[in-house]
Design a protein around this ligand. Structure first.
Ligand code: B12
Ligand code: SF4
Length: 572
């Protein structure tokens, strides 16, 4: 049977790749078609019609893109496609009955992890009633929801995801990999907890080290992959000692296979971070951690049900920054019960962490989450299932959110929003530092570090202005709030423009340094005026080791002491 799978390909879409490899193992043909925006709709339809598959699967994971996928399903029908259309992923699963009622283009929806479901559907296309974990429209138009068999326990039994082609950075191919599925926490805003309850079976499962090493070996030795982007919701297991054991076992497994240099990126909760585990990951090539800070006030953490102590957030950032890697985080600064004190606490947190690229937004009420449940119970849920909305209870905080959301819309959510761009600059710098530290100069490091700080500082200053405005006004004065939001947006966008120019210049310098590697040109290029060298020759940046020689890498020390040790190291 021929199957076409469509979904986001912003990064390698592992969901589609896992479905494709399971289908192929069962003897079917599976093709993946990327669909990243409305503009790609006509091309996607054309591709499906040309292949003419018996089954077309749409990966509707993101709530924010659900309407586009409904339009895609409709457009397929308009183009004459008569095969079976199945949707899967978080959004589709939670809204299966509504989708099947409201959009006749869809035939069925998978409720949980889709490998077994789609293979079973391919076997029983004419009798969907026997496919466990499938919701489908009966001939009389009613919807039948077949109970789920539960997500698979044994992740090692799944075939490795089908690989197609790889993106690369600095000529080093990158692959997304999962070492586990699920998560052991249940944050109020997160789809993961809800998703695993919905799918049934164990919420958190891990792959064996042997199985992970086998997949990494195939990627490393057969496809030349050098950057591994671990997509696990939390790369760590719940217990720190067990996480350390697991990482050491991974390190041993890779060493036995003679792995050479590689770089890895992971996601983590702050309370998972310890100096020991990061030490092992650092040896494995850790260059990026996306840290789930989410909120820096105790009240906010409680509202989001993070089950995370404030001090672990501060400690984790300290540890990660000591290892000098790319650490980025998001702040869910607004949740239904946010008060002005929470906002102030988060502003102070930003002030203290200007070194790390970050973004901020409101916690959205996705289907099936604790947040949705709370808002329904309190009669506060607005909007429809394509995008629920709510107002913050405290009018002043709502005014702050309204202004900040409007003013920072492009900076935070644009395709190349400045906060995302800020992460990119640091990402590139840190990646090059992993693979080619000899290309980088201290001046280049200074430029990229300063850019991150300048961007963060600008956001911090503008948010502080919004704060002062909001505390001084009547929060019911909508006209005044709207006028100020407009004025702020103009200013935020103007500042962003200037910062983009600076960031792009730095990216060009990083790329230039890479292009001229091995030619001893990085320093010369900088001295030629692209970046002020203050009359001295730029020195190749040797990374954290250089600071270690001066004994300054692990903990911040007073500046005179730093200078003294540097002089001592230079003299010895
Ligand atoms: C990698 C990732 C991304 C990548 C993009 C990946 C890509 N495909 O291009 C990036 C970083 C770009 C990204 C961005 C965002 N993300 Co994201 N992302 C993830 C993450 C961490 C991993 C995805 C993954 O690889 N999963 C592993 C695979 C195996 O699972 P899967 O994709 O779910 O697929 C399985 C099932 O869903 C099902 N299935 C899926 N599709 C289909 C289709 C069919 C036909 C069938 C039968 C089954 C099926 O079977 C698959 C195999 O078991 C998930 C969390 C997670 N654990 O899934 C969040 C997640 C998907 N992201 C989320 C969010 C909110 C976002 C952002 C909005 C964040 C933001 N504020 O900017 C943006 C939106 C991007 C956009 N423009 O639309 C939410 C979605 C919540 C929701 N209900 O809408 C998730 C669930 C995280 C969360 N904690 O809630 N994300
Ligand atoms: S936000 Fe992170 S820690 Fe919380 S439930 Fe989701 S995946 Fe787990």
């Amino acid at each position: 049977m021929r199957v076409v799978l469509l979904g986001a390909e912003l990064e390698e879409n592992l969901g589609l790749r896992y479905l494709a490899s399971s289908l192929e193992r069962d003897g079917h043909e599976a093709e993946i078609v990327g669909f990243d925006s409305e503009e790609e709709l006509a091309r996607a339809v054309e591709q499906v019609i040309a292949i003419d598959p018996e089954i077309t699967g749409l990966s509707m994971v993101f709530t924010g893109r659900a309407r586009e996928f409904c339009r895609l399903a409709g457009a397929l029908r308009e183009a004459g496609y008569t095969g079976h259309i199945i949707a899967g992923g978080h959004f589709a699963s939670f809204n299966c009955e509504r989708l099947l009622k409201d959009f006749p283009a869809f035939d069925s929806v998978a409720l949980g992890e889709g490998e077994q479901i789609i293979c079973s559907l391919a076997r029983h296309l004419d009798e969907p009633g026997v496919v466990q974990g499938l919701a489908f429209r009966r001939e009389d138009g009613s919807v039948q929801v077949n109970p789920s068999a539960g997500n698979p326990d044994d992740l090692d039994a799944l075939p490795f995801p089908k690989r197609i082609k790889f993106h690369d950075y600095f000529g080093k191919p990158i692959a997304s990999v999962l070492t586990s599925r699920g998560c052991w926490r249940d944050c109020a805003f997160c789809s993961i907890n809800a998703w695993y309850k919905r799918g049934g079976g164990k919420k958190f499962r891990i792959r064996s080290i042997e199985n992970i090493v086998a997949e990494l070996s195939e990627l490393y030795f057969n496809h030349g992959v050098r950057i591994f982007n671990f997509q696990d919701d939390n790369f760590f297991v719940p217990n720190a000692a067990r996480a350390l054991e697991r990482f050491e076992a991974l390190q041993d497994g890779l060493a036995r296979k003679d792995f050479g240099p590689m770089a890895i990126a992971v996601k983590a909760r702050p309370d998972s971070i310890t100096r020991e585990t990061i030490g092992v990951l650092d040896e494995l090539g850790l260059f990026r951690v996306f840290l789930g800070v989410e909120n820096a006030s105790v009240h906010g953490l409680q509202g989001l049900h993070r089950q995370c102590e404030l001090h672990t957030i501060y400690d984790s950032l300290q540890i990660l920054n000591d290892f000098d890697i790319h650490v980025a985080f998001n702040l869910l600064m607004f949740e239904p019960d946010t008060v002005m004190d929470d906002i102030l606490t988060n502003l102070r947190f930003i002030e203290r962490h200007l070194d790390n690229p970050f973004n901020f937004c409101r916690a959205e009420a996705y289907a099936g989450t604790g947040l949705e449940d709370k808002l329904v119970r309190e009669g506060r849920l607005l909007g429809d299932y394509f995008g629920f909305d709510y107002r913050l209870k405290d009018p002043r905080s709502e005014a702050f959110h309204h202004i900040a959301n409007f003013a920072f819309f492009d900076r935070n959510f644009g395709d190349y929003g400045l906060h995302y761009f800020n992460m990119q600059v640091d990402f590139y710098f840190q990646l090059l530092r992993r693979f080619h530290p000899e290309c980088l100069t201290q001046s280049l490091r200074a430029a990229s570090r300063s850019f991150i700080k300048r961007t963060n500082l600008d956001t911090y200053e503008l948010l502080s202005e919004i704060y002062d405005f909001v505390v001084a006004i009547d929060p019911a004065d909508q006209l005044l709030i709207r006028a100020f939001a407009k004025e702020m947006r103009t200013r935020v966008d103007a500042h962003s423009q200037a910062l983009y120019v600076e960031g792009e210049r730095i990216l060009r310098l990083i790329e230039g340094a890479y292009a001229q590697r091995g030619q001893g040109r990085a320093a010369a290029q900088l001295a030629q005026g692209e970046m002020p060298a203050f009359g001295c020759l730029a020195q190749p940046y040797a990374g954290i080791e250089q600071l270690e020689a001066a004994g300054t890498a692990q903990r911040p020390i007073p500046y005179p002491e730093f200078k003294r040790r540097l002089e001592e190291a230079a003299g010895s």
